[in-house]
Design a protein around this ligand. Structure first.
Ligand code: ADP
Length: 511
């Protein structure tokens, strides 16, 4: 077997390919064929003129229609290699070659008719050969183009980050790109309903395949049991072999959905904050207005005890307002990144005393207890920010616990940090709320939340503690109270802290 036969290429095709490769070879061959055909046609006359007695064969003296048939070869050859124009030119040349014989030599009646008839038939054959070759080549070109486009498309689909799935009308998976295989596992040649849904038959009620195969474009959402959500867009696709399939693009929407839900939540919390803030502002203002009106009434004489009670009421309401405004202001400063701690050496015990002293006066119905480790070291912190943290925690402790219960603020040294805890005996915090109470605007489960809070207090505490390099967390038991913990680093030994001016050490009360 020749090498060509082994490769499945016929020697005839190989010869044509060789002819095609050499630019002038077909032309020379054509000239040779015309020349040989002409010599054969006039062979009898040539022999007569040359006087070659021994070559006077009868075959060349009879009717020349037989010899004329040889001209089919150059005409078809020209049609194949030089297309329609070539076939027509060679047909005309043949006709010219036939003329001397028809006009001068042929002994038969109406010889021109046979010549014209032959030229017409041969011309049509050459023409058809040229047309067939053109068609053949066009088809080949078109097939190569389609194959290239298909390869390009497959290349694009392969590289797509979205999952791509092609399913035939028989529900069998024809193609899955690597992203699809990564998310759903390989399922080539299996039924889509089995591979994707684990069913034994097409998904009843939800399957869109028949509609898509009939030309519709469908869009739907597909959620896996683990919560991963895909947006699926399916449209018809005509495969290379003419079969209509469904091309489905799976876009992972989980992240976008999450962000959308968070945005909805943020917007809900913001509107809640707005209504809370307006309520928080309005209620102390109404109380103050009411008390002031009572105090101003000239016709009623108030005893000292009542006057003191009313004035205490005004003071409490003003404190409430001040705390709210401070929290709002601090949060906006934090968001703008301009609330940087101005650290100094200070004692946590001073801050605790400061806060409890103020709160004792405001929350007279709670027992506020300070429990500071003796000789506790200095911390390096922004005094007013730390005071705000403690104030928020103590205010929460009193707000979320019954009157008469204890709120205990303790401070200890633990592993080079000062550990502060605020413990109350209040309502406690649910486990699912515990994970979120430090988020901005988060206010715990509705029925427990103190009316009118803003959900900013703990977020501010967390931001401040983190800005000091500390940690904040909470522990709680429903019905038994909560403890909020935070840590602040101990101040470095005097002289080592770059920003600790010497004179500030003197200002700190010695302990
Ligand atoms: P606000 O108190 O204004 O709602 P915070 O940020 O201070 O906002 O607190 C967030 C949420 O944490 C509160 O709504 C409440 O549900 C819960 N919380 C905070 N401190 C306590 C506490 N000591 N006891 C019970 N729940 C608390």
């Amino acid at each position: 077997m020749s090498e060509n036969e082994v490769r499945g290429v016929s020697p005839w095709r190989e010869a044509i390919a060789v002819l095609n490769r050499h630019r002038f070879f077909p032309l020379y061959t054509l000239f040779a064929l015309i020349w040989i055909s002409t010599v054969l046609y006039y062979f009898g006359e040539l022999v007569d003129v040359a006087g070659w007695e021994q070559l006077r064969w009868d075959f060349f003296y009879g009717v020349h229609d037989i010899q004329r048939l040889v001209f089919f070869i150059p005409i078809v050859f020209a049609g194949y290699f030089f297309r329609v124009k070539g076939a027509l030119i060679v047909t005309f040349v043949s006709f010219v070659v036939f003329l001397p014989r028809a006009v001068m030599i042929s002994p038969f009646p109406v010889p021109m008719l046979r010549v014209v008839l032959f030229a017409a038939i041969a011309g049509v054959m050459g023409f058809l050969t040229a047309v067939a070759r053109n068609e053949y080549e066009n088809r080949g070109r078109l097939e190569r183009l389609v194959a290239r486009e298909r390869d390009n498309l497959l290349g694009i689909l392969e590289r797509m980050e979205d999952g791509v799935l092609i399913v035939g009308a028989d529900y069998i998976i024809r193609f899955m790109n690597p992203s699809m295989v990564r998310d759903f596992g390989s399922g080539m040649n299996s039924y889509c309903y089995t591979h994707l849904h684990g069913f034994d038959e097409p998904c009843r009620g939800i399957c869109r395949l028949p509609g898509v195969i009939n030309g519709a474009t469908e869009r739907w959402e597909y959620t896996l049991p683990d919560g991963t959500t895909y947006e699926v867009v399916a449209s018809p696709l005509l495969s290379a072999d003419g079969e209509t399939c469904q091309l489905a693009i799976f876009r992972n929407m989980t992240q976008r959905k999450k962000v959308e839900m968070e945005l909805v939540e943020v917007s809900r919390l913001k509107s809640e904050l707005l209504s809370n803030v307006s309520h928080e502002l309005r209620s102390p203002l109404s109380s103050i207005k009411g008390i002031a009106t009572s105090l101003l009434q000239k016709d009623i004489t108030l005893d000292t005890g009542t006057t003191e009670m009313l004035l205490t009421g005004i003071s409490e309401e003003v404190d409430r307002l001040a705390s709210l405004v401070t929290n709002l202001l601090n949060m906006s400063k934090l968001e703008a990144g301009v609330w940087k701690p101005e650290k100094e050496r200070c004692y946590i015990a001073d801050i605790i005393d400061d806060v409890l002293e103020r709160q004792k006066w405001v929350h007279q119905k709670h027992s506020l207890v300070a429990d500071t480790e003796p000789g506790i070291p200095e911390i390096y912190a922004d005094y007013s920010q730390m005071r705000q943290v403690l104030l928020n925690l103590v205010e929460n402790a009193t707000a979320y616990s019954e009157e008469g219960t204890q709120v205990r603020v303790a401070a200890r040294t633990v592993d080079g940090t000062v550990h502060v805890s605020v413990t109350d005996q209040g309502v406690g915090i649910r486990r699912k709320d515990l994970e979120r109470i430090f988020e901005k605007f988060y206010r715990g489960t509705e029925e427990r939340a103190r009316p009118g809070g803003t959900g900013l207090g703990l977020a501010i505490c967390q931001a401040v503690v983190r800005a000091h390099g500390g940690r904040i967390w909470a522990e709680s038991e429903i019905g038994h109270g909560s403890t909020f913990h935070f840590t602040v680093p101990v101040a470095p030994p005097a002289g080592k802290g770059k920003q600790v001016p010497d004179d500030q050490e003197d200002q700190s009360p010695g302990r």
